[in-house]
Design a binder for this molecule. Structure first.
Ligand code: GLU
Length: 381
C-alpha cells in the first residue's frame, strides 16, 4: 500500500477516449462509475473535482461528423454542442447519487493574469464550501491558438494546485509509466513510484529512441512536473480502474505515482515558469550566461545584446543565451523601447538616458526564475 494519508481534496482527469465509444457516442457506464466513486469519496469526507475532456468528440457525434474537423471554427462549434451534452450526461447521473455539479470553462490566459486566478480560486472555494463538485474543461469554443492550454492533462496540472488538491489522478488508456514501450518490449516494466522527474524519466518519454514515445505520455509528464512542483501528488492509471478510485486514493498500488515536492519553488516562481507566457526576450552575453549558471543575478544593460518583441514594463521575458537557450524567465522593469535604447551601455550611461538606477537592473535577481535545462527547460516554447 502507498502512504497516501491526509488526502483531503482530489482532482480526477478523464480523457475523451474513456468517455465516448468508437462512434463518439457517450459511454454512459463510465459516467456512472465516476459519480459512484465521487459519492464514496465525499461520504468519507473528501472533496472532489473533475477535469473532463470529450466536448469536441461528443459534439462531433451530435453533428454527425466521423472525423475531427480541421476547420477551427467547426471544431469550436462541436465543442459548444458537446460541452452542453457532456454536462447533461454528468448531471443526469449526479442527481441519482445526490451530487451537485458546477461547470468551469478555462483558457490559458485565465492563468496569465494573477488577479483572474484569484477570482477563480475564490469561486472554487465557494463551490467546495457549498458542496458543489467543479466540472472543469478548456473553453474550447473560444480556444484559439494564442490562448489555449491545448490538452487537459496540462490543464489539470495547472489547476489542481490552485484548488489546494493533494492528489491528481489522470485516467486514460495508459496503465502508467513504463521503462520502455510495453507494446514493443516484453521486458518493459511499469514504474510504481517516481520520486523526481529527472532526465532518466524524461528519456523514457521522449527522444529519437523513445521507448514509451506516445504523445499522450508527454503531456502526462508535463502535468506531473507542474503538479508535483506545486506540492500535489499525481497518479497516472488506466480508466478501466475507475471503479477502484476510492481504493487508489486509500493507497492501493495502481498506476504510477509521482510524489509531490514541497517548498522547492515558491508559488510566484511556479506561476512564472508554468502559467505566465513570455511576452518578449532579451539576449544576454557570455558573462551573464555564466553568472546565471551559478545563481540568480540582476541583469544590467551592459550584458544585454538584443531585445525581441514589443512589451511594456512588467512583462515576463525569456532571458536567452547567445545560442538561443532560455536560461531564465524574469519580470522586466523596462519596456522593449527603453531596453533597446540602453542595451550595451554602462549603468551610468543608461542612468543618464532614462533614469536607470545602476544597482538594480533591467530584471532584478528577485524577479527571476532560473530554468534548468532538461528539467524546467522543456516548458519553454
Ligand atoms: N478540451 C478538449 C475536449 O473537451 C479535450 C482536450 C484533451 O483531450 O486533452 O474535447
Amino acid at each position: 500500500m502507498r502512504n497516501l494519508s491526509n488526502i483531503k481534496r482530489i482532482m480526477i482527469k478523464i480523457g475523451s477516449s474513456s468517455l465516448v465509444r468508437d462512434d463518439y457516442s457517450l459511454n454512459e457506464p463510465v459516467f456512472v462509475k465516476i459519480m459512484q466513486q465521487f459519492q464514496k469519496l465525499k461520504e468519507n469526507g473528501m472533496d472532489v473535482a473533475l477535469v473532463t475532456s470529450g466536448a469536441i468528440a461528443v459534439g462531433m457525434h451530435e453533428l454527425g461528423l466521423s472525423k475531427k474537423p480541421r476547420d477551427m471554427a467547426l471544431k469550436q462549434a462541436c465543442a459548444a454542442v458537446g460541452q452542453a451534452k457532456l454536462m447533461e450526461a454528468y448531471n443526469k447521473v449526479a442527481e441519482i447519487y445526490n451530487l451537485k455539479l458546477g461547470q468551469i470553462l478555462l483558457n490559458h490566459d485565465d492563468f496569465q493574469f494573477r488577479k483572474r486566478m484569484l477570482y477563480l480560486s475564490n469561486t472554487l472555494d465557494a463551490m467546495f464550501k457549498n458542496n458543489i463538485i467543479p466540472i472543469i474543461n478548456e473553453n474550447d469554443a473560444l480556444a484559439v491558438e494564442e490562448i489555449k492550454v491545448g490538452d487537459n492533462d496540462t490543464l489539470a496540472g495547472l489547476i489542481s494546485p490552485m484548488m489546494d488538491c493533494d492528489l491528481l489522478i489522470l485516467f486514460s488508456d495508459i496503465n502508467g509509466l513504463y521503462t520502455k514501450n510495453p507494446k514493443i518490449y516484453s521486458d518493459a516494466e511499469m514504474i510504481k513510484e517516481v520520486d523526481k522527474i529527472d532526465s532518466t524519466i524524461l528519456s523514457m518519454v521522449s527522444g529519437a529512441t523513445s521507448n514509451v514515445g506516445t504523445g499522450g505520455m508527454e503531456t502526462k509528464i508535463d502535468a506531473a512536473l507542474i503538479a508535483t512542483m506545486a506540492g500535489v501528488n499525481m497518479i497516472i492509471c488506466n480508466s478501466f480502474e475507475l471503479d477502484r478510485l476510492y481504493d487508489i486514493v486509500k493507497g492501493e498500488e495502481i498506476g504510477t505515482l509521482f510524489k509531490a515536492k514541497y517548498h522547492e519553488i515558491s508559488s510566484r516562481e511556479h506561476w512564472m515558469i508554468f502559467k505566465a507566457n513570455s511576452q518578449g526576450a532579451i539576449l544576454v552575453d557570455k558573462g551573464v550566461e555564466k553568472a546565471l549558471s551559478e545563481r540568480k543575478v540582476s541583469i544590467l544593460p551592459k550584458g544585454i545584446l538584443n531585445v525581441k518583441g514589443e512589451f511594456l514594463s512588467g512583462a515576463i521575458l525569456d532571458i536567452l543565451s547567445m545560442d538561443g537557450i532560455v536560461l531564465a524567465k524574469g519580470i522586466s522593469n523596462y519596456s522593449s523601447k527603453e531596453i533597446e535604447s540602453i542595451l550595451g551601455l554602462s549603468s551610468k550611461e543608461a542612468e543618464g538616458l532614462i533614469g536607470f538606477k545602476p544597482k538594480k537592473g533591467v530584471i532584478y535577481a528577485d524577479d527571476m526564475v532560473i530554468l534548468k535545462e532538461g528539467y524546467y527547460g522543456r516548458f519553454v516554447k
